[in-house]
Design a protein around this ligand. Sequence first.
Ligand SMILES: [Zn+2]
Length: 574
Amino acid sequence: MEFSGLSAQDLKNILIESGVIDEEKLKEALRYAEQENVSLSDAVTSRGLIKSEDLTKLVADSANVPFILLSKNMPDQATLAIVPEIVARKKMIVPFKKDAAGIHVAMADPTDLETPNFIERKEGVPVLVYATTIEDIDTVLEFYGKGLHDILEDTFREIETNNSKSGEEEGAQQPIVEIMKGIIFQAYRNRASDIHIEPRERGDSMVRFRIDGVLHDVSVIPRALHPQVISRIKVMARLRTDEHQIPQDGKMEIPMEEGEENKEIDVRVSIVPVIEGEKAVLRLLAERSRQFLLSNIGLDGENLKKIKAAYEKPYGMILVTGPTGCGKTTTLYSILKLLNNRKVNIMTIEDPVEYDIEGVSQIQVNPKAKLTFATGLRSILRQDPNIILVGEIRDNETADIAVNLALTGHLVLSTLHTNDAATTIPRLIDLGIEPFLIASTVNIIVAQRLVRKIHEDCRASEKITAAEIAGRIGWDLAEKMFEVKRTAPDDAVYLYRGKGCEVCQHTGFQGRLGVFEIMLIDEVLRQAISQNKDAGELRELAKEAQMVTMMEDGLAKVKMGVTTIEEIIGATKV
Ligand SMILES: [Zn+2]
């Protein structure tokens, strides 16, 4: 047993003060600890000077942590689920009660402050710490069910017995399927975001889960099985099993049965050749039901209302714009998900199809088969859709068909490559669309960027002056967004920053978020577009109609402590 928050000297003092061990015996124990290279706590317990339970009680007492016997306080499954099993095993901590006061956890090491602090920040409720024995923790851990390590060990043994019986590998396929099922299910149960299966120099391969940003070693796959496991992953992700030299990417859907619900999770697969063989990384995406919520991607308040107003119209165009990798597809899918009910026929044509959406017919652009956005759209029309998602408008022909669809009673969603909302109009004119047609079809234009989110667990406030803010964004914006005055440049403003920690790899950031500029095409703008007004004029008119610019939306998110000024400036700079 190790007490992480206690020095050997502290422990010595505690033992002497307690009077349980006299100084002579303690000296012997210290010598033994040094010789055998074990901790003092292990030395005193293994030499029978004190029982492990009594030692924990002593240490808990000195740390003012109450002692508890878990055998009389067994947790239910829901409480247990607060801490992922792998973390519980590694840190010897189990949650056993949740009430108005907070989450009650029992730990074998009552001097470990880091783990309860971490849970407290993550769950957002107080964590009350109790000390208990290792034996009690072990008993509770069994309630998590069989750990992955045990499941895999059983399967490996089964394969060995089968192989030695038949001497062939034929029978091995089913156990490999079981191994993969076991790994993915355990990762899901432990709320892991990624599974790494990495061959090592010594021949076997390490299975690791990333949980809350930290990689944990979980189990080891024997050398002989690694190629079969990789091959199985390739089959599941529909990748080439005979290709071992180049990286391959794919995806798969895994059904997860939990209680009454039947859930399906999407898994992105990446296989990369490394010196020792092939390494697989499986990213577990959020459950379908939790994916693609507009509020998740940073669309909120007035902006969210504008988007809702636009998609409630049965026809017209919803355009999302921005550079590559700014999250346009996620926004479109989020809107599509809201529109997806059985009363409408939705079809998409995409390059590539990034996510499968249930109940939606999705077509993949394939130039080799002469299936382009334009030809695909023509064939889609014969399927009588109400709503059509066109991955991208990048040529005259596609623009023309999309506008015609919108004119003939369809709701068309698409993306364009433009810097902000207003410049989308001249871009469509460049693509050969008449201004009056743009005016009568476009409902809304969403321009967006992605910025990094401050890591919540290491977020800290930072004092800067009004003048410093103005130095970065100018006085006009500073006064509008941060309640400062140019007449009082020394006034303090509090902003936030991630200090950096192990979880966020010392970047201070975790996850990303969209910043948006939403141009609702109202009557005034319709007129202006028909009159061929330029982007600058259109932008001014939209601002008069309360359009929040991307910069303003970003700064509002800075004020809320979600991201930093540098992120916003970097992302919105053209
Ligand atoms: Zn951090």
